[in-house]
Design a protein. Structure first.
Length: 375
């Protein structure tokens, strides 16, 4: 029987020493050589951890990035200044949760930028360094399959206000053309590319600077435009080497305003990427396997349901993980299901309720659960 394989979304808990060094770097202080050495050590350790836990497709844990999207301010020309933070509608019902998660030092270091000029890609050296560091860690562990996350054009656009381009479409296309260089570098290096796309599900319940675009186009129309930007950026890239991650926000909150997966998934399935990651473990979205079952999933699509929650410290039982995986195996078969996490464990530096030890336990449980499905 074909094995059900395992992976995760990308970011993993960073060592506290690395968190401090990254904060210094963001503030324009510290020794770049010291930071680079610390990143290399952290990537080696985190790849070894995933290998030991039994994860099939690993990542560098985003150890060298301050966050899954704000890292681009150092890789894109035309960005600068300090953008205002976005707010999340469902947290209005629980403001204490917003303060607890975003009100401290970690929240102050998200530091999104504005688009103040023509967008250009200036990150060739940085992405090459990411690739080399990850490959060295893979060689040391003997692991042979890995992915690198990167922000999607829409993810960048929603978080960084446009102060330069005449309209949203021009801005989005400029981002797609610039980030295409990073995407190609990752795939050309023999690694899988993951595009982080929280912009698509979160557009319905988040006060991004471009909320009027969501209102004008509608949630599905907004998603279609962002998928079109992804397809533009992936021109000439093998779609089977690309994963797309959907997320409603990796934060503790009611999530009672989350858009249904069934409303957005057909648009995503029509795009180029053939591996689709989505939340399927947390109590707001676990039930949506029934919607996936009832949708026509193209024959070339691999489903990557989250079967482990990244926002609590309870380690899922392997049998529960196997049950969650089995639902999707019954829909598309075991060779088209890869078990994953709902989101990352450390989306921004200093963020994350789950520490490194529990994250490793959760990944191990996922591997054990996948083994039960194989049996």
């Amino acid at each position: 029987m074909t094995s059900v394989r395992t992976t995760h979304v990308g970011s993993l808990p960073r060592p506290e020493s690395l968190v401090r060094l990254m904060y210094d770097h963001q503030e324009g202080r510290g020794d770049p050589a010291e930071l680079e050495a610390a990143v290399g050590d952290a990537v080696h350790d985190v790849v070894a951890m995933q290998h030991t836990a039994g994860i099939d497709v690993v990542s560098d844990g985003e150890m060298g990035k301050p966050g899954f999207v704000n890292y681009v301010r150092e890789r894109l020309g035309g960005f600068g200044g300090q953008a205002p933070p976005w707010s999340i509608d469902d947290l209005d019902a629980a403001p204490e949760l917003a303060v607890a998660q975003y009100g401290g030092e970690a929240g102050a270091h998200i530091m999104p930028a504005n688009c103040e000029g023509a967008v250009t890609y200036e990150g060739a050296a940085a992405v090459a360094r990411d690739i080399e560091t990850l490959k060295l860690a893979l060689d040391k562990t003997g692991h042979d399959e890995a992915f690198v996350p990167a922000a999607s054009p829409g993810c960048i656009a929603t978080g960084s206000p446009n102060l330069h381009y005449p309209d949203y479409d021009s801005y989005l296309d400029a981002l797609a053309d610039a980030m295409a260089h990073e995407y190609r570098a990752i795939v050309d290096a023999g690694l899988l590319l993951q595009l982080d796309c929280p912009d698509i599900p979160m557009a319905g319940h988040t006060a991004f600077w471009c909320r009027d675009e969501v209102s004008r186009r509608g949630l599905v129309g907004f998603a279609e435009r962002h998928v079109a930007a992804i397809d533009r950026a992936l021109e000439g890239i093998d779609p089977s080497r690309v994963r797309l991650h959907l997320c409603w926000g990796n934060y503790e909150g009611p999530h009672h305003l989350d858009a249904p997966l069934a409303e957005l998934l057909p648009t995503v399935l029509a795009g180029r990427p053939t591996m689709i990651s989505f939340e399927a473990a947390n109590p707001r979205h676990e039930h949506e396997w029934e919607d996936v079952r009832d949708l026509p999933v193209p024959d070339d699509v691999v489903l990557m349901p989250g079967v482990v929650d990244t926002l609590n410290n309870i380690v899922e039982h392997p049998r529960l993980i196997a049950q969650r995986l089995q639902r999707y195996v019954d829909v598309v078969g075991p060779d088209r299901v890869i078990g994953s996490t709902d989101c990352g464990f450390g989306t921004f530096v200093g963020f994350g309720r789950v520490g490194a030890q529990v994250a490793q336990m959760k990944l191990r449980a996922m591997a054990e659960g996948a083994a039960l499905v194989r049996a």
